[in-house]
Design a protein around this ligand. Sequence first.
Ligand code: G3P
Ligand code: MG
Length: 239
Amino acid sequence: MNLPRIMGHRGAAGHAPENTLASFRTAARLGVAWVEFDVHLSTDRVPVLLHDDTLDRTTDGEGAVDAHTADELANLDAGSWFSDSFSGEPVPTLERTLQLLASLGLGANVEIKPSPGRESETGSAVARMLREQWPSALPQPIVSSFKTESLAAARQTAPSIPRALLVRKVAGNWVRDLRELDCFALHCSHKGLSASDAEQVRRSGYPLNLYTVNDRDRSETLLSWGAGTIISDYPDRLM
Ligand code: G3P
Ligand code: MG
């Protein structure tokens, strides 16, 4: 996999409302080559971009994402909470997002973010859409997830799309999970990560990509420890 050193988190979430089309346009304007974003399923199984399991923090709606249809989600405002200048910014579908990525020339790390109990279903739906609608002019996307069931379902549906396992710490069964799911990389939080954690991953032979790093000195330290890609809300600070 040829990933860039710096990737935009939820688009460029420090500068625009996360996981919106405006955030991807901003990332492209900043010169970012790839973006990360989070995908949930609506109640009628449409992949949509949202981070939380509920609508309350990032939209003018409330309640569980997966208690709403795609039509209901399409009418929400996902921009005003961030700033009035983004008011009316919609909750994008994955389908619409892929069209925009094509026009902006952006690669993507698609994070499968299932609502509780919908791990496999979300992994399959996201992988199916990427398999069928990923713009051929763009570099191949990657999928990632904290949920092994989602990665397993993505693998079954679209085995050729590279997978990364998300973890909060270098601990537990990450090597076993990477092997069993045939993942290409470990994606870990940089918080609390030590040089010896990074060394442990390096010795395993798997690339280590880190989120969410917004400080330039920290980013340089992590790269000196052998990190491959750094995911940032402020990619412009690190590039
Ligand atoms: O994919 C990296 C990062 O986005 C994982 O955590 O909670 O920001 O989706 P979160
Ligand atoms: Mg994410």
